[in-house]
Design a protein. Structure first.
Length: 164
């Protein structure tokens, strides 16, 4: 019902993350929700994207299975981002999978305060990645999905678990 919501914020970065700079880029927070399930920016939307959404139905929707969360990058090379802010310092175990989803080719990133700790050059492999990260309270973990140049058919389901 709200964005940001607790530790989570959904939005996009216009030119993609400045990988390696320690600066993920200016996150533009999605301000509108469609049907309670899809977050987007009404001032920058083409064919419903960039956006994040959750399939809370009992059927597959847009290459997303029931209960799955998905991200779709924008048509002007915007990376869609789900940002999590660590509530406490500690060592966190992260499991992430960028799934093939739709037929378009996307790339996935996991960034810690703007530094890439995981890059998935092709989300069509459905690979599961497990990483351990030491975080300070207030550190940002960004899950980002980019379009690899194309825009059509880029819905990318993402499975993410963060455990302390």
């Amino acid at each position: 019902a709200a964005n940001p919501n607790g530790a989570w914020t959904y939005g996009y970065i216009p030119d993609g993350p400045a990988i390696g700079s320690g600066d993920a880029g200016a996150l533009i927070v999605f301000s509108a929700v469609n049907g309670g399930l899809s977050w987007y920016d009404p001032s920058n939307v083409v064919l419903g994207a960039p956006a994040v959404f959750r399939n809370d139905t009992d059927a597959s929707v847009v290459f997303t299975e029931p209960g799955e969360f998905a991200m779709h990058p924008g048509n002007a090379h915007e990376y869609v981002v789900s940002r999590w802010i660590a509530p406490a310092a500690g060592t966190y175990a992260i499991s992430i999978q960028f799934k093939a989803g739709d037929q378009g080719e996307t790339n996935g990133l996991l960034l810690h305060n703007g530094i890439a700790i995981l890059t998935e050059d092709s989300t069509s492999t459905n690979a599961v990645h497990d990483v351990t990260v030491n975080l300070a309270a207030g550190d940002a973990l960004d899950v980002a999905v980019g379009s690899k140049g194309g825009f059509d058919y880029d819905t990318t389901p993402v499975h993410l678990t963060i455990r302390k």
